[in-house]
Each structure stands twice: as C-alpha cells, then as structure tokens.
Design a protein around this ligand. Sequence first.
Ligand SMILES: Nc1ncnc2c1ncn2[C@@H]1O[C@H](COP(=O)(O)OP(=O)(O)O)[C@@H](O)[C@H]1O
Ligand SMILES: [Mg+2]
Length: 263
Amino acid sequence: MTEASTVLDIRGISKVYGGRSGHRGVQALESIDLSIREGEFISFVGPSGCGKTTLLKILDGLLPASSGRILFDGRELVGVSREIAYVFQDINLLPWKSVVENVEIGLVGRGQAPVERRRRAMEVLELVGLHGVASHPPYTLSGGMQQRVGVARALAINPRVLLMDEPFGHLDNMTRETLQIEVSKIWHRMRMSVVFVTHDVDEAIFLSDRIAVFDLDPGRIVEVLDVNLPHPRWEIDVPAQPEAIRLRRAIIERLELRKRVLI
Ligand SMILES: Nc1ncnc2c1ncn2[C@@H]1O[C@H](COP(=O)(O)OP(=O)(O)O)[C@@H](O)[C@H]1O
Ligand SMILES: [Mg+2]
C-alpha cells in the first residue's frame, strides 16, 4: 500500500476523569499517539474500560483531553468539527420525529434551506436502503434499521472522518453481518476515514485496514496491526484466510496475556 496522508494526528492524548486534590482520578487514557490516514478503515479493539469511547469523544470534540493535541489536516482541532461525524452505540432517535427528520438533525445549523436538507437526508437514506420508511416514526423500525438511521444521520454531512462506537453491539448475528457488509460498501463508495470501535475481533478483521489493540489501567494502545487482506472483503471468505487466522490469534493472545498477568 502506498503511504496515505494523515487526516487526524493524535499526539500524546491523556485523559483523567475526576482527578482533583485528594483524588487520584481514573486514568482513562495515557499518552495515545496515532495517525489516522486519509481514507483508511481503522478499528479499535480492547477490553471494556480501556478508553475507546473516551478517545472517540475526544476526537469528536465532545470531551476535552487532559493533555496532548489532535491535529486535523495539520491544524489543531478545537471543539466540534463539521467534517467529523459520530455514530453512537445507542443512537437515541427522537421518537416524535420521523426517520427522515431524525437524519436531518445532523444537518441543522449548516445554513442549508429545508428543501436542500430534505433532499440530502433522502439521498443518504437511499444509501442505507431506508428511503421507503422515511416518513415512519423510528420506533416502528427494527434494531438494525434504527442503527442504519444513525449511520445515515452521520453520513448526511459527508464527513471526512466517521467515528463509530460499537454500532452493531446490540444486534443479532445475522443483522450484524448484513450491516458489516453495508458499512464496508459505503466506505468503498465514499472513501472517508472510518474509526470503528468493536469488541468483536472478527468484525475488526473483516472491516479494517489496521487494528489498534488497546489495554487498560491505564488505557493505552499496545499494538497496531496491518490487515493484509484484499478488498472487497465481502467477496472472499475472510475467516478462512491464513492472514485472518494469524491476526485473530495475535489479537486474542494480546488480550489473553493481560488476563494471565492479572491472575
Ligand atoms: N464520565 C466519566 N466519569 C468518570 N469515569 C469515566 C467516565 N467515563 C468513562 N470513565 C472511566 O474511564 C475508563 C474508560 O472508559 P470508556 O472510555 O468508556 O472505555 P471503553 O469504551 O473502552 O469501554 C473506565 O474506567 C470508565 O469507568
Ligand atoms: Mg465504550
């Protein structure tokens, strides 16, 4: 692979929650250094509590870091960027708004006319196969469909960077596999950078160009692995590939090692 340029440069990011005089606080992240490349798909895997969500929130400007810097196209990132979108684990669609109105929420405040917002929202709903239910209330949709609405809402702004926090964590295996393929197809079409958090090692291997393995106490990146598998992945039997087997073993060994040390 040729060396792609960096879109997000994470430099020495640390986060301590609740650290006040007399309290040590929780060191959620310690000295995270990572360059997110233009157009890559990178996953974060690691045990619960290792700071994956914290790092996504810092990247999205929802949470201040305790120290360190983030550069976006080489410039310091301050607050929320219009070029970064976030798909939450619990997407919290507003029940009193229709599906299309929920997607439009992501576009409010961008100076677009309502008719233009509607056009864009319908376009992304079409992309995730939901234009047929645009006028429905979200609670009439299945879990998988609601998650697609969350993805559509994030895609509506045509982001350079898409942050996804365990977006399929609550879904059954069938729905999950369908959505993995959909997300992969959308990424192939739009070619934004995707930062994808998952606790599912196979999901990470299926989707990613690189996988960052996290550990906790303090939350940190212990290894970044390249996934040397061809694209598109939905056309190959990924779990059967020697590269996938190798990666799976390497990641699980990394995570298991931590457990043995704790015992
Ligand atoms: N708002 C908060 N206040 C205090 N501690 C928090 C807060 N959010 C997260 N933490 C702690 O920070 C650590 C990392 O949490 P989180 O980023 O949610 O990890 P992950 O997403 O990898 O499970 C955990 O120990 C968690 O309990
Ligand atoms: Mg989390």
